[in-house]
Design a protein around this ligand. Structure first.
Ligand code: 13P
Ligand code: SF4
Length: 344
């Protein structure tokens, strides 16, 4: 039970506690409440260390759907915690800081999407998981950066697709699938969209032998110069096999991989690629959240159940076996990914 003096303490008070005390507190509360901590790779290192599962958005949503914990504490951004609630409505889903939103998700609202759908009634709607529950509820199927190509390929070629909200991922998918009927929303991720060619050229000059791997939320000019375009989990897999990698994504993943492989050259394409929203979660806020049972995600049931349909369609496509995409085939050839594995 929480001590009376701490009942009214704010996360700021918790921030004054030593790290070991916070870590022990988190461990104890987690056990008492049968809670699981899910952490995205872009979280601060100390949050990743206390997380039961660290992954990319696909892995985390699969974990949220499968866990038998009573409470899910989501250390990521708001849409990720919402996704956990959509998939596990009977569980309590908590976030250490409810203000940790994703600016890319905020580019599109359900109202604006409905208006676009009215103009293209024949189109299927694919929502990148980086979107609100209300937007997912307006969509036919979701995708993550790991399975976007596969999801789009599951839609008949002659059917137009409204793709929200990431224009860079939409462009990448359009080129990979050879489709010219994708209507892309004009959103983007400020972290990945800010990666520029000059930084890549500088990193290449210093490490000419390093392979370049870039997240598909980056712009086309960068993706065209990458050896691999893969999602966050794909990057972690690549780091297992390569001794020198230039990585075009958020610093949290790069720092994590550097710690994991101290003997390798894991080079950030940009030292400044930091998602301030992801970093809003701290150990102090996490301990406070478990002590106080806040901040809880709640959703309108109508919105939740429609959003669940779109997410489940995606998970069905990502769970079982399916023919490897070209990118996956390349990874298999490079020995990075077990052959025949259909999971993204
Ligand atoms: P993934 O975890 O799907 O690679 O997405 C990266 C991202 O920007 C999450 O917000
Ligand atoms: Fe959103 Fe980009 Fe931050 Fe991911 S990295 S949470 S897409 S702003």
């Amino acid at each position: 039970m929480i001590a009376t003096a701490e009942r009214y303490a704010s996360p700021l008070h918790y921030a004054k506690l030593p790290t070991e005390v916070l870590v022990e507190r988190i461990r104890r509360r987690k056990e008492e409440q049968n809670a699981v901590i899910l952490g995205h790779y872009y979280q601060r290192g100390e949050i990743q260390e206390v997380s039961d599962y660290v992954g990319d958005s696909l892995g985390l949503s699969q974990e949220a759907a499968a866990t038998d914990a009573d409470v899910i504490v989501f250390c990521g951004v708001h849409f990720m915690a919402e996704t956990a609630k959509i998939l596990s409505p009977e569980k309590r889903v908590l976030m250490p800081d409810p203000r940790a939103g994703c600016p890319m998700a905020d580019f599109v609202t359900a109202d604006a999407l409905r208006r676009l759908k009215e103009r293209h009634p024949e189109a299927a709607v694919v929502a990148y998981v980086n979107s609100t529950a209300a937007v997912k509820a307006e969509s036919d199927i979701c995708c993550t950066s790991s399975n976007a190509v596969r999801v789009v390929e599951s839609i008949p070629r002659d059917r137009p697709i409204i793709f929200v909200p990431d224009k860079n991922l939409a462009d990448y998918v359009a080129r990979r699938t050879g489709r010219d009927n994708i209507i892309a929303w004009e959103g983007y991720c400020y972290v990945h969209d800010d990666l520029v060619l000059e930084e890549l050229a500088a990193a290449k000059r210093e490490h000419p032998d390093a392979k370049v791997v870039v997240h598909p939320e980056a712009r086309r000019d960068l993706l065209e110069r990458a050896d691999y375009v893969v999602s966050t989990a794909g990057m972690a897999e690549l780091a297992e096999r390569h001794d020198a990698l230039i990585i075009g994504t958020e610093r949290g993943l790069v720092d994590r991989l550097r710690e994991r492989y101290p003997g390798k050259r894991i080079i950030p394409l940009s030292g400044g690629a930091i998602c301030g929203n992801m970093k809003m979660n701290t150990l102090a806020k996490l301990a406070w959240c478990l002590d106080h049972g806040e901040h809880e995600i709640t959703l309108d049931e109508g919105v939740r159940s429609r959003a669940e349909l779109a997410l489940r369609r995606m998970l069905e496509l990502s769970g079982g076996w399916s023919a490897p995409t070209e990118e996956e085939r390349k990874l298999e050839e490079a020995g990075v990914r077990p052959s025949g594995c259909g999971c993204a």
